[in-house]
Each structure stands twice: as C-alpha cells, then as structure tokens.
Design a protein. Structure first.
Length: 106
C-alpha cells in the first residue's frame, strides 16, 4: 500500500512592479515580452506602452496602465485580433498594437 500524497502550498511572491514612464520594472529571472506573444489564458503585468500619444491615450483610458494585470482571453483563428480582460472589462486589440505593449508574464 502506498502512503498518501501530501500537497504543500506554493507561496507566490507578488510582483514588484514600479513602472514609470520610459522605465521598465521586472522581477529577477523574467524578461519583458510583447503582449501579442502571450498564449491564450495567460496573465501578465503591463510594464510599458511603446507608442505615440494618439495610440497610447485610449489604452490608458481603458485601464491598461503600467502595473495593471491583464489576461489574454483568446485570439481569433488567424491570431488577430486578441481579446484582453483588464480591470473587469473585455476588449479586443490588434496583434500589431498588442506587440507595442511590454508585459511581464505572471
């Protein structure tokens, strides 16, 4: 007879994201990547948005600000557009635009 399995809880360290304009913050051992490269159902923290003000302002208004957690819900069959969940709202973004948003996978 085999002994019962015991499961130890895994404590996850909260990401220390102190992102300011033009500067990226990340945890040791992780690297920033474009949001367009995240797989479906992946969570990430926004580090920065590398774009001109005309593109950046609507994203900030939707709540996509540095330090915010995002969820890539799913993408269309040809990978464009991408459905994103941010602060209780769902919206779609083109893959080309998502690649301008640097994130850190959680």
């Amino acid at each position: 007879m085999t002994p019962p399995l015991t499961v130890e809880p895994v404590l996850r360290e909260e990401p220390a994201v102190a992102a300011t304009e033009g500067r990226e913050a990340s945890r040791p051992g992780t690297r920033p990547l474009p949001m367009g490269q995240l797989p479906d159902r992946a969570r990430a923290i926004v580090l920065s948005i590398a774009a001109e003000e005309d593109f950046k302002r609507p994203l900030l208004d939707l709540g996509l600000t540095p330090g915010t957690e995002v969820l890539v819900v799913r993408r269309a069959p040809l990978w464009d557009p991408i459905e994103v969940y941010v602060r209780g709202s769902h919206f779609s973004i083109r893959r080309e635009e998502a690649n301008r948003i640097l994130v850190e996978a959680v």
